[in-house]
Design a protein around this ligand. Structure first.
Ligand SMILES: *Cc1c(COP(=O)(O)O)cnc(C)c1O
Length: 397
């Protein structure tokens, strides 16, 4: 009889996975960092790409691959990669493809951290940057230099929801051999597929609408050519922009219902936009498909009837009105994110745009009464009731 102090082999060595003739329906979560190969010949063959095999999670793991193939299918892409955040995706593109002496042009209403990378990090590394109005291809053209290597734009800008002249900018880039990278987080592949419009690179913050539940931080990059893909992926692997298997697993689960969530939220957003526009105390409403949107024709041309789940509006009155609104509608989270299954409300003047110079903010129309709404999947009537109460409280403030 074994002594009770003996340690059984099955305790210290990993137990073989239980045999089963059936297979799990749900994607297994695979947290293993390392993968054992049969012998050095097999490992060689894996590294040479002759056989498929994982080796070390920083270089790739099954949950990231499952998620990447799903987003590839949505984007009409091949060989996209998943990284640890949307900003990791932006960094992998800019730092993986550019070198000192290059110049890059960015849309002047890019996501805040992307703007910071353009303003601070790239110049520190010897990469010159300029910003230009992405709704105006002529303005982008004027910013180009002989050494311009890449243009980075977003199709729908945050938080003023301006629609970029994607086709015009793509034509410019194509004519001059400049790479066009599109951060398509706001519009999602359900709104537009940038590769169909001549983009070379598509970026997503998967954190937002694709994963959709505000419980993971992930990004995605896809490139048109194998050469670009290799450069971006090598940079991501070398600098450790690796996503967590658990995050990828959660994001895959979220993605299963992405189209349902998106369609529902979009329908509600259009209704809510029209409702808000009719409320006293609301100065203006911004929704790409509305007749009063400055880029409505282009929005229809690029996005079709896909106006998206994002809308913005401006209250009459200043900070006091804004405070009254968020306090009067606690069921709608006042939180600076977007794409959650529940509606969230953000106030750029106190969050994303707090560091933006007052005159720039004024030019963008981002006053103290300006709010951005990321519409979720709640009943439209419920949201309309909440916002009606919020706007009424703001008027009384
Ligand atoms: C949120 C966001 C990012 C950054 O994504 P993270 O996952 O938060 O790093 C980049 N671009 C856009 C347009 C975003 O909305």
């Amino acid at each position: 009889m074994a002594d009770r102090d003996d340690i059984p082999e099955s305790l210290v060595r990993r137990t073989p996975w239980p045999e089963s003739v059936s297979r799990p329906v749900v994607t297994p979560l695979q947290p293993s960092v390392v993968y054992a190969s049969l012998d050095p010949d097999q490992l060689d063959a894996q590294y040479a790409g002759q056989v498929k095999g994982f080796t070390y999670a920083r270089e790739g793991h099954p949950n990231a691959e499952v998620l990447a193939r799903k987003i590839d299918a949505l984007e009409g892409a091949e060989g996209g990669i998943v990284v640890g955040s949307g900003m990791a995706a932006v960094a992998a593109v800019l730092l993986g493809l550019l070198r000192a002496g290059d110049h890059v042009v960015g849309g002047d209403q890019l996501y805040g951290r992307s703007l910071r990378m353009m303003a601070e990090d790239l110049p520190r590394l010897g990469i010159a940057t300029s910003l230009a109005d992405a709704t105006d291809a002529a303005a982008v053209e004027a910013a180009l230099r002989p050494e311009t290597k890449l243009v980075l734009i977003e199709v729908v800008s945050n938080p003023t929801l301006r629609v970029a002249d994607l086709d015009g900018i793509a034509a410019l880039c194509r004519a001059r051999g400049i790479l066009l990278a599109v951060d398509s987080t706001f519009s999602t592949p359900r709104g537009i597929r940038p590769f169909d419009h001549g983009a070379d690179i598509v970026i997503h913050s998967v954190t937002k609408l694709l994963a959709g539940h505000s419980d993971v931080t992930l990004g995605y990059v896809a490139c048109r050519t194998a050469e670009l893909r290799r450069a971006v992926e090598l940079f991501a692997v070398t600098t450790g922009l690796t996503p967590s298997p658990f995050d990828c697993w959660l994001a895959e689960r979220g993605l299963l219902s992405f189209h349902l969530r998106y369609d529902r939220a979009e329908e509600t957003a259009a209704r809510l936009a029209d409702h808000l526009a009719g409320l006293p105390g609301v100065r203006r409403v911004i929704y790409p498909l509305r007749a009063d949107h400055p880029d409505q024709a282009r929005a229809v041309a690029l996005l079709g009837r896909r106006g998206g789940n994002m809308l913005s509006f401006e209250l009459e009155g200043g900070r006091a009105a804004a405070n009254a609104l968020t306090r009067a509608m606690p069921a709608v989270a006042f939180a600076p994110t977007l794409g959650d299954v529940g509606t969230t409300l953000s106030h750029p003047a106190s969050s994303s745009h707090r560091a933006v110079a007052p005159e720039v903010r004024a030019r963008l129309g981002i006053s103290e009464g300006f709010f951005r709404i990321s519409v979720g999947v709640e009943e439209a009537d419920l949201l309309i009731r909440d916002f009606t109460a919020g706007v009424a409280a703001a008027r009384d403030a």
